[in-house]
Design a protein around this ligand. Structure first.
Ligand SMILES: Cc1cc2nc3c(=O)[nH]c(=O)nc-3n(C[C@H](O)[C@H](O)[C@H](O)COP(=O)(O)OP(=O)(O)OC[C@H]3O[C@@H](n4cnc5c(N)ncnc54)[C@H](O)[C@@H]3O)c2cc1C
Length: 381
């Protein structure tokens, strides 16, 4: 990789480290164990530090940085605390459809406030029966005069419990019309009929909360439609392509941390005079972890660089997401094996939390089984 890119990444890593040491590490373990509620203070600090809109366009207040730089932030934050890395990725995920498909007025109205952390956005696609099968949207926006009237329910929405602006995917239809079109509408959360709650007892990534949203006769002006009616599914899929590279970066951060914790543990055991056979087995595992981590990092950076170069990246994003999250699964599992009893105890080891946080990365932004199909489809075309 070119020297100047590596140098830039080192600078980013140093900035993220300073932020994480000051703002994240002192509180994240307590937040992981506490009641699940959106950590607004930490979120605002992330945004004020410039991490909330890192790759959003500069003319709307964003950092204007490349995708590779952005995923370096995500990887590094995730290294220190996975849910904080996830929390940082969400405004970019939710705002992508807005700054890519929105009109000038919509962008000016919302993007600067999102970047500043004054508006919390959510990407609102999934429903009870529309997860992997995202096209099966049941939420409807009925056109009535100059308004949509929206009814439906959305589930597993990151920051959905705290959001101010829902970038909502649903079906648009005229009264009596049967041919509905999956589309995207901007819905402000203080509109009457919009309600949300935090989903409780999530296995991992607890600090970054997940919500459920109910829409009951929510009246939204027609000008809140984002992009072209009927193109909502394509918009959602394009958004998820980019987001998958970010998940690859989260997974790479988790793998790196699991590896470093394993190396530290090995050294402590070696210093304490552990038997040679035990140290040999740990060494073997560390060798495998290091290789998986490096491969995950490279496949993820490759996808981000293709995106930055304006080349197609659907295949590479799916490969990065699938490979890096499964490498992370391997790494957290092996880190736990190396630390055994110590690794299971959150009191002694961060590996206990990494193990829980990692699992979700294989599911959101499209399960890895779905990624396998995306990858295969691009070879079978
Ligand atoms: C913590 C968390 C955060 C999330 N954040 C958001 C968010 O911010 N916004 C949002 O809109 N959504 C979000 N999601 C939803 C997420 O994208 C879905 O959970 C995911 O796409 C899977 O959908 P599902 O849970 O309904 O599972 P299902 O789609 O029901 O899948 C169940 C199983 O069937 C398999 N499967 C399904 N279809 C196929 C197929 N065609 N071929 C092979 N196997 C298949 C899956 O791989 C899986 O193993 C989030 C989910 C979680 C858990």
């Amino acid at each position: 990789m070119a020297d100047n890119i590596e140098k830039r990444q080192q600078e980013i890593r140093a900035r993220v480290k300073a932020f994480a040491e000051k703002e994240v590490l002192p509180i994240c373990r307590d937040l992981d164990r506490g009641e699940e509620s959106f950590p607004l203070d930490l979120y605002r600090k992330l945004c004020r530090a410039g991490f909330g809109g890192y790759s959003m366009p500069g003319e709307y207040g964003g950092g204007g940085f490349s995708n590779l730089e952005f995923i370096t932030v995500i990887e590094e934050l995730t290294y220190y605390d996975p849910p904080t890395g996830l929390m940082c990725a969400i405004p970019e995920l939710a705002t992508y459809p807005l700054f890519t498909f929105g009109n000038e007025e919509q962008k000016k109205k919302y993007v600067p406030k999102i970047v500043a952390g004054e508006i919390i956005p959510s990407f609102v696609l999934t429903e009870r029966n529309a997860g992997s099968d995202a096209a099966n949207q049941q939420t409807t926006a009925l056109i009535q005069g100059d308004h949509f009237v929206i009814n439906g329910e959305k589930i597993f929405i990151m920051h959905g419990d705290a959001c101010d602006l829902a970038v909502l995917f649903c079906r648009i239809a005229q009264e009596g019309e049967t041919r509905t079109k999956v589309s995207c509408i901007l819905v402000e959360a203080d509109t009457p009929g919009f309600s949300a709650r935090t989903l409780q007892h999530k296995m991992g990534m607890r600090l970054a909360t997940t919500g459920m949203i109910t829409l009951k006769d929510v009246k939204v002006p027609l000008e809140n439609q984002l992009g072209v009616a009927g193109k909502g599914f394509k918009m959602a899929m394009k958004t998820l392509d980019g987001a998958r590279i970010g998940v690859g970066a989260q997974a790479t951060g988790i793998s790196r941390r699991a590896l470093d914790e394993s190396v530290k543990f090995y050294r402590r055991r070696a210093a304490a005079g552990a038997p040679a056979e035990k140290l040999y087995e740990m060494k073997r595992i560390i060798g495998e972890m290091a290789t998986q981590t490096e491969a995950a990092r490279l496949i993820t950076y490759k996808a981000a660089m293709r995106q930055d170069a304006g080349e197609p990246y659907t295949l590479e994003a799916a490969q990065a997401k699938m490979f890096a999250t499964e490498a992370a699964n391997f790494c957290v599992d092996r880190a736990l094996e190396i630390q055994s009893g110590w690794g299971l105890m959150g009191e002694f080891s961060v590996v206990e939390q990494l193990y829980r946080d990692q699992r979700i990365t294989e599911i959101y932004e499209g399960t890895n089984e779905v990624q396998r199909l995306v990858i295969a489809n691009s070879y079978l075309r």
